[in-house]
Design a protein around this ligand. Sequence first.
Ligand SMILES: *Cc1c(COP(=O)(O)O)cnc(C)c1O
Length: 497
Amino acid sequence: MELMYSSTRNKNEKVTASQAILKGLATDGGLFVPDSIPALDVTVEELAQMSYQETAYAVMKQFLTDFTEEELKNCIDKAYDAKFDTEEIAPLVDAKGAYYLELFHGSTIAFKDMALSILPHLLITSARKNNVKNDIVILTATSGDTGKAALAGFADVEGTKIVVFYPKNGVSPIQEKQMVTQKGANTHVVGIHGNFDQAQTGVKEMFSNTALKDELAASGYQFSSANSINIGRLVPQIVYYVYAYAKLYAEGVIAKDEKVNVVVPTGNFGNILAAYYAKNMGLPIGKLICASNENKVLFDFFATGEYDKNREFILTNSPSMDILISSNLERLIYRIAGNDAEKNAELMKSLSSNGKYEITEQMKKELNDFYGNYTSEEETAAAIKALYEDTGYIIDTHTAVASGVYDKYKVATGDTETKTIIASTASPFKFTRSVMNAIDVKYDAWEDFELVDELSKIGNVAVPNAIEEIRSAEVLHNTVCEVAEMEATVKAFLGMQ
Ligand SMILES: *Cc1c(COP(=O)(O)O)cnc(C)c1O
């Protein structure tokens, strides 16, 4: 039976998985969600025997029911190949009583590669299935990591163009260098004078602008999204939670059906939502621990039931989590409202007009699966230093937020027994300066690439290719614009003006 998708804001528009992937965002500005969350149809014993690619097929076929077996397997094989520097794709590292699920072994060394190495293939397949003749223009807002991963995924993919907007002063030096050196005639990278939320709002506005849609169509283009608002990004992210669980089982760390906790350093709420979907598919997950940095809008939400973005936007050393409007939370809100699109639409309207909304008591009860907390900048740095000094293992600033929050969780709840997976979302090499400063303040005076070599030495890990590549790479993109000029910039790239 075909699994259909509808908007979180209106039940009338029903589309197939491939159509949802193509559109990215629903016409009414809502996010596509499956009518129900399918159950896993394989046992943990079976999963324990599977490779990453086989696990991906077992999970994704349940969601992308209008893809043939051949189409889906083809997408999976093209995505999870030698671009990853380990055959395991997502290895687990046991350090100080937690299992770090390293999601950064892809080509751009952040977890965004897990989904963005497959999204272009899903999208091209979807276009073919739906007889789309237009070129697809991928519009992306990035807090640093999605941008590069999407650029790498879509560079020189026939029939696509990609435009990435990033906050000019809101990403790490390495993140920026990775993006502005991107090759590929179909790639465009633009810094905006604004923060990530403004970039994301600007992109969402272009998606729901019907006049613009018609103009694009007249020029042979249509938009799609590489942000985690696209269901084609969310579904591949469910895979690694299933894979990690099966691996812990295979290694005898957990018994059959034993619950594990999952800690996720969270920004746009995509990664943790994937873990929530995994739980709803039947994976034995206990608590979903949502870790925030000083932009702790989600911590406050879990504590009070009120989501309020009216606050100062703080630039932290975990920039990929500097977000006040967590788009994917909308998919959770919809679900805890009992799949009530009308209720969700009302709350999202309040968010866009007043910057806040409050959920009902009934909905709040549905949040029991989650625990939220945050770390200050000092606590994040201390988490890196402590883990390094105790074990020699070096984590990046985002993973450190999760690690610090996990410690707080154990103190607050007394739950020290449940085996716990911490999503490790970026290589420390991507945030070298912040990581090294956390270990020792003396590094503050060092040059960026000196720090890279020193990190390799003290952490005893080779410098990843993604970093070697940018040592001497030429800057190919230098466009900067105001938030109000985003649409004009896109049109100019597409030769529409
Ligand atoms: C994107 C990102 C996050 C946040 O993930 P969401 O799915 O947006 O919640 C955390 N850490 C890193 C390194 C990231 O790139």
